[in-house]
Design a binder for this molecule. Structure first.
Ligand SMILES: [Cu+2]
Length: 246
C-alpha cells in the first residue's frame, strides 16, 4: 500500500452565508439566486437582509499541501460545479479523492476554540482512527482521537481497497455533532478506480511553485523561531502567483 499524507486544519470562516458564500465572484458564478422565485424573490434574487439572516461562523476541514499547514490546496472539489467558491470561502472545505491501494494518513489539526474530531465511513481502520465519542483512544501525551483540543493534532489512518470504491462521508464526532456538522464540519471521500483517479482535474500551479514551497519549508526545518517568516514567504508566493484566487 502507498502511504498518502493529507493535512486538514479545522478552521472557521466568519460571516459565511449559505446563499452568498463569497462576495468576490466572477462570471459565470452568481449567488443570491432563487430560481423558484418564492415570495419576496419574484425577480429571482434573494435580498440582502435574508443573506445577512443566514450568516454564521462556518467550520470546515481545510486541506493543506504541507505538514506546516502553510499552503492551502486550491484544487476544485467538484470539477463540474460551476458555482463552487474558491478555497477560502467554501463549505465543505475539502473532498478527498483516493484509489484502491492508498493508505491514507489524515493529519487533523484543530484551529478552532472547541474540541473536535474526524470520523469517516466506508474505509477500513483501527480503533485509534475511529474518532467518535465516547470510544476514542488516548496517546501517551494525553491527546485523544475523539477529542482533538484546540491547537492539537491527531493522525487517523485508513486503508482504501477495491471493496471501498464509492462515495463516503466524514464529519466531526465530538459532542454536539449536529451543531458542528450543520456549521460545515463534514466532507466527502471519493474512492475511484485507478484509471479514473488518474484523470482528476488539478489546479495548474505556476512553473516551479511547488519546488519553491518545498525549498522554503526545507530551509525552516528544525528552526521553529523562523516559522513566522515562513508564513510570510508562503504568503508572498501565493500573492505573486495565485492572485486571482484570493
Ligand atoms: Cu457519520
Amino acid at each position: 500500500m502507498a502511504q498518502r499524507d493529507i493535512y486538514l486544519k479545522i478552521e472557521r470562516i466568519s460571516d459565511y452565508s449559505t446563499v452568498e458564500p463569497d462576495t468576490h465572484v466572477s462570471p459565470p458564478i452568481q449567488y443570491r439566486r432563487d430560481c423558484m422565485r418564492n415570495m419576496g424573490h419574484e425577480d429571482g434574487t434573494i435580498p440582502a437582509d435574508e443573506v445577512a439572516a443566514r450568516q454564521l461562523t462556518a467550520l470546515i476541514y481545510r486541506e493543506y499541501l504541507d505538514p506546516q499547514y502553510l499552503v492551502p490546496k486550491p484544487d476544485k472539489l467538484i470539477a463540474a460545479d460551476i458555482n463552487e467558491p474558491a478555497f477560502p470561502r467554501r463549505v465543505p472545505g475539502t473532498v478527498i479523492y483516493a484509489r484502491p491501494g492508498d493508505w491514507l494518513h489524515i493529519h487533523v489539526k484543530n484551529a478552532d476554540s472547541s474540541p473536535h474530531s474526524f470520523h469517516i465511513h466506508g474505509v477500513r481502520y483501527g480503533i485509534d482512527s475511529d474518532g467518535s465519542w465516547p470510544f476514542g483512544t488516548q496517546s501517551d501525551d494525553g491527546r485523544r482521537s475523539d477529542e482533538i483540543c484546540p491547537g492539537q493534532t491527531w493522525t487517523y489512518t485508513y486503508k482504501v481497497t477495491e471493496e471501498t470504491i464509492g462515495a463516503w462521508p466524514f464529519h466531526d464526532h465530538y459532542r454536539n455533532i449536529g451543531t458542528y456538522i450543520n456549521r460545515g464540519l463534514f466532507g466527502g471521500l471519493v474512492v475511484l478506480p485507478e484509471k479514473e483517479h488518474e484523470h482528476l482535474p488539478r489546479f495548474p500551479f505556476p512553473p516551479h511553485f511547488e519546488e519553491r514551497v518545498r525549498e522554503v519549508l526545507k530551509q525552516l526545518e528544525g528552526k521553529p523561531g523562523r516559522l513566522v517568516k515562513a508564513s510570510h514567504s508562503a504568503r508572498r508566493l501565493r500573492s505573486s502567483s495565485l492572485t486571482w484566487w484570493l
